[in-house]
Each structure stands twice: as C-alpha cells, then as structure tokens.
Design a protein around this ligand. Structure first.
Ligand SMILES: Cc1cc2nc3c(=O)[nH]c(=O)nc-3n(C[C@H](O)[C@H](O)[C@H](O)COP(=O)(O)O)c2cc1C
Length: 364
C-alpha cells in the first residue's frame, strides 16, 4: 500500500509548489485509513532516554509542525514522531515562497520561520490522541517577537509535559533571527538550567519528560566543546545532531537555487551532520544518547549515522525524493545487517566508527 501511495503521489506532488505539496501530504495522511503494519523486527528496538522505541527511525521536526497527523506517521512505520517546532503563540512564519527543492542535489532549502498553530491548538490535538500511545516528542521554539525567549521555552515545557514523550529544545533554526545565539555558552547554560528546572517542577504532576537539545551543524568544534560540556553538566537527556546548515557546499549542482536564504537539508548535509554526530559522540562519553539527522536517504546512510554515534535517527528531506517506502527500506536493511553480522541489537554498533570519522579531513 505504501509503495502504491508513493508510486502515484510522488511524481504528482513534485509538480506542485513544495509548500502546497507538503500541505497535500499532511491532508492525505489525515485521511489515511487506520491499518496495522507488520510488527517491527524485535532486534530493531532501542531503549533510550527511558523510552522504548520499536525501531530507531523517527520523523524529524518540521514536517508535522502543528501535530496534525502523528498517528498516521506512526502507523506508516516510524518508530517515533517529533512534532513542532511549536511556539507559545501561533505564528505565520516568513512570506512565501519559503521552501525550495534542489532536485539534482536531492536537497531542500527552507526558511519557514516557525510557522505553526501555537501552543493552545497543538496541545489540544496532542491531548486528544494521548491515549493512542506511541512515542511523540514535542520540539519547542521561541516566538520571533518574544521579549524573553528563554521564558517561551520554560512555558512550553510546563504546558506540554503531560502529553510529550520527550522534549527537543530547538536553538538551531537558522530562520528566526538571533535564535542560534542561544547556543552561546553563558546563554545556553542559563536556558538549560531553567528548562530542566521547569521539567522538575512539573514532574510529580506530569511524569518524566526527557529533554534533548538540537544543535546546528555549523558550530565550530570549540563551540561544540562548550555545548556538550554544558549539556552534560545540566544533565540533559540527549542531543539531536543536526538541524539544517547555512553553508552552501561548492559541490551543489543547483547553484541558482542555492542562493536562496535559509537552511539546507538533504543529501548535501549528510557528511557534515554525520561528522558532527561523531564529534558529539566522542565528547559525550556515553553520558547521553544522540539522535542523528541530516541527509539520511538509504539503509547504508542510516548505518553510517549509527556507526558515527547515533542511537536513533530521523528523516525529512529524503522522503520528498524517495517517498515513504524509505522507512521500510531502511528498517529492512538494518535488520539484514544485524542478521548478517550475527548481532542482537543496533546498540552494539553505535559509535563504532566515531573516532575514525573524527580523524578524517573536514567535509566540504
Ligand atoms: C521544510 C523544513 C522545515 C523544518 N522545520 C523544522 C522545525 O520547525 N524545527 C526543527 O527543529 N527542525 C526543522 N527542520 C529540520 C529537520 O528536522 C532536520 O533537522 C533537517 O532537515 C535535516 O534532516 P534531513 O536532511 O533528513 O532533512 C526542518 C526541515 C525542513 C526541510
């Protein structure tokens, strides 16, 4: 059924403006009949942040910003879904056009600017589906016009704690001016202290909510030293590496499109984001697990990301080019690899290549 859906929808959707195509995809998912997928290979199960993931493949943030279709995505085979980024107040985002396909690069540039329905509406949607179960993380961001951005994160943690399987503190979107300054050491330390404090305050009422930090791939290694040090000292539960890049590799073929402002994702982000996973892994020294995201478009790419240090992975841009069957294809490749190498779980290979990757030339 997924293959049939991809077969008809992919060529069709690519005719449309990318944002219209995205809206149609969300509407299509909402209409998806309830169906039961094959259960996952038990060897693909991952335990991380105190949660049991049926498989390691997540839908990355930004696809379902306002939690319109998390259950359909779970039914399609994702092991977890991250909704958001959500901001306290609803926000229109930047003027259109604001998503661009770089077809020949299998890449995307976006400058959405945190368009979302706002905390009240998103909370209502998540509360209405809470009894369905499944792992649904909430990615939180700050309003563009907020006078106190740290307070926005704190408020969202308090509000969403009862319905969030985990939180992602997104301080790495390139499309809200100044947001990435929150990655600076002194500001980040204060932000995380207040976020973790908020999580503790609501713990008795709302239960445990792991807090993950999502970073940009454009940090220098000195900045990464600081970020990982602070994340460890504030007892963050994990990191997501990485968001989109503001860099434009010279190898991009769609040079005309590459001048669009915004964050680049997809295949050209793979090497840089994988390097950052490895660099984060060697600095974290197993203090917390990492979710690897950026340019994963095959079972081989997923495996490379895991061997670089990712316990879990997420996808977005490759779904535009490969369709939803990519999720099942990656799962089946990972299962075959485990079988072939006689391993019982992916945890045995997480980070196996991290040290070697950090010794390679810097990806350009
Ligand atoms: C159109 C679009 C919107 C995105 N919106 C968000 C967002 O709201 N919050 C966030 O943390 N990441 C967002 N991302 C980044 C993705 O979650 C992911 O980190 C990035 O695209 C790299 O993965 P990929 O190469 O598989 O797409 C967005 C990406 C795209 C393409």
């Amino acid at each position: 059924m997924i293959r049939a859906f991809d077969h008809f929808s992919l060529p069709l959707l690519r005719w449309f403006d990318p944002e219209d195509a995205h809206r149609m995809a969300i509407q299509g998912l909402r209409l998806l009949p309830p169906m039961r997928l094959r259960p996952d290979d038990p060897k693909l199960a991952v335990r991380a942040f105190g949660l049991n993931f049926p498989n390691p493949i997540g839908m990355a943030a930004g696809f379902d910003k306002s939690a319109e279709a998390p259950d359909a995505l779970l039914r399609l085979g994702f092991g977890f879904v991250e909704i958001g980024s959500v901001t306290p107040k609803p926000q229109a985002g930047n003027p259109r056009p604001r998503i661009f396909r770089l077809e020949r690069d299998e890449a995307v540039i976006n400058r959405m600017g945190f368009n979302n329905d706002g905390a009240d509406v998103v909370l209502r949607r998540l509360a209405a589906r809470a009894h369905h179960g499944g792992i649904v993380g909430v990615n939180v961001g700050a309003n563009k016009d907020s006078p106190d951005r740290v307070a926005d994160y704190v408020k969202l943690i308090e509000v969403f704690a009862p319905v969030a399987s985990y939180f992602t503190v997104n301080i790495s979107s390139p499309n809200t001016p100044g947001l990435r300054n929150l990655q600076q050491a002194s500001i980040l330390d204060d932000l995380l202290a207040r976020v973790i404090d908020a999580r503790e305050r609501v713990r008795t009422k709302a239960g445990d909510s792991p807090v993950l930090l999502k970073i940009a791939p454009d940090l220098s290694l000195a900045q990464l030293d600081d970020v990982v040090h602070i994340a460890r000292s504030r007892h963050v539960d994990g990191m997501i590496v990485s968001n989109t890049t503001v860099a434009r590799p010279s190898t991009l073929r769609e040079q005309a499109r590459a001048v669009e402002q915004g964050g680049l994702s997809g295949r050209p982000l793979f090497r840089l984001s994988t390097r950052m996973v490895a660099e984060t892994y060697v600095r974290a020294e197993a203090a917390f697990p990492i979710i690897g995201v950026g340019g994963i478009d095959s079972g081989g790419a997923a495996l490379t990301k895991i061997r670089a240090g990712a316990s879990l992975i997420q996808l977005y841009s490759a779904l535009v080019y490969k369709g939803l069957r990519l999720v099942e294809d990656i799962k089946s490749d990972l299962s075959s690899t485990l079988l072939r190498t006689g391993r019982d779980s992916l945890s045995e290979i997480v980070g196996a290549d991290a040290a070697a990757i950090t010794a390679e030339d810097w990806p350009v």
